[in-house]
Design a protein around this ligand. Structure first.
Ligand SMILES: Nc1nc2c(ncn2[C@@H]2O[C@H](COP(=O)(O)OP(=O)(O)OP(=O)(O)O)[C@@H](O)[C@H]2O)c(=O)[nH]1
Length: 309
């Protein structure tokens, strides 16, 4: 016969924990939503499409639940080695997760890219949260939401729909986060309670530098820019000395990034430094260099070297 008295370890609250992928075509607001879920800046956001090339994880922990967010790159048709890498990342992210958040942009009806995403996730037997984003800027959000919902027709597993603005709807984002917490399986926590992200600080800083570079460069360079941080030291007085590189494909691009008299590079550096200082709450010295790696997007070895392994 078993002893009916609960053992000390049986009285402890059971924890729920799991991996959640945030998927969707480029520029729909995945990074913005992730940041809003976490209430902190972990993933880079920028008005340029395809700024998220790396899996960025953000971790949200309550007393009993932990969500490990996997922020996947935009699903799109591969054009080159980097494109293939991105789609591969999406596939492997989906195979391992416990739930999926599919973000769509309600300002527009679905495109082929949205159909591509829907096809990849429709039959996956795990909870799916369809999030219609940018309600603040959408003219016909309800109609758009219906069209997106229809792309999941025939799906047999659980799914739910939410319409919100990732940018300025903390209440709705919080409610959605609760629903995701409820969908997590019983598991021990994957990360310590205090952990916010498993990016290294160098990767995080490099993404901030890239975000600022993309903002400044606008239409001049579509996405042939990578960044990395090679050195990070802390002086006794607390100053963070960070040395980074902006990697471009061609000599001609180098000049464009640097700008006349170095003006553009200075501006990129200043904007990135300000962001870093705000998030670190420390003084930052940021040294930036522009280097050329010809055709790095097509070069598997260069991609690995730049951290896209
Ligand atoms: N109006 C409006 N704009 C938003 C909202 N959420 C995100 N955006 C904007 O949409 C753009 C893209 O947002 P991101 O969060 O970088 O999008 P993403 O899906 O992560 O983009 P990729 O990294 O390219 O895949 C940015 O300019 C955001 O400011 C929203 O709720 N309303």
């Amino acid at each position: 016969m078993t002893d009916p008295t609960p053992q000390p370890d049986q009285t402890e609250a059971q924890t729920h924990s799991g991996f959640v992928a945030i998927v969707g075509k480029p520029n729909v607001g995945k990074s913005t939503l992730l940041n809003s879920f976490l209430g902190t800046k972990v993933a880079p956001t920028s008005p340029r499409p395809q700024t998220t090339r790396r899996d960025v994880r953000g971790i949200y922990t309550t007393d009993t639940h932990q969500i490990v967010f996997v922020d996947t790159p935009g699903v799109h048709k591969p054009k080159d080695a980097l494109g293939k890498y991105m789609n591969h990342e999406v596939q492997s992210a989906l195979a391992d997760v416990d739930a999926i958040v599919w973000v769509v942009d309600l300002r527009h009806p679905p495109t082929d890219e949205d159909r591509l995403v829907a096809n990849q996730i429709r039959d996956l037997p795990k909870p799916l949260f369809l999030v219609g984003n940018k309600t603040d800027a959408a003219k016909y959000p309800d109609e758009a939401m219906k069209l997106y919902g229809a792309l999941l027709e025939g799906r047999e597993s659980e799914s739910s729909e939410t319409m919100l603005s990732a940018q300025n709807n903390p209440g709705a984002v919080g409610t959605l986060r609760e629903q995701i917490l409820d969908a997590l399986p019983e598991n021990p926590f994957f990360y310590p309670r205090g952990a916010a992200s498993d990016q290294t600080r160098e990767m995080w800083a490099a993404e901030i530098i890239r975000e600022e570079a993309m903002k400044k460069l606008r239409d001049e360079l579509p996405y042939a820019v990578a960044t990395r941080v090679n050195r990070w030291t802390e002086r006794d007085d607390g100053l963070q000395r960070i040395e980074g590189e902006i990697v471009v494909e061609k000599n001609a691009h180098k000049g464009m990034v640097i700008g006349s008299g170095g003006k553009q590079l200075r501006e990129i550096g200043q904007a990135a430094r300000k962001q870093l200082e705000v998030f670190l709450s420390k003084k930052v010295y940021l040294g930036l260099e522009v280097i050329v790696i010809p055709g790095w997007r097509e070069d598997e070895e260069a991609l690995r070297e730049l951290g896209y392994e």
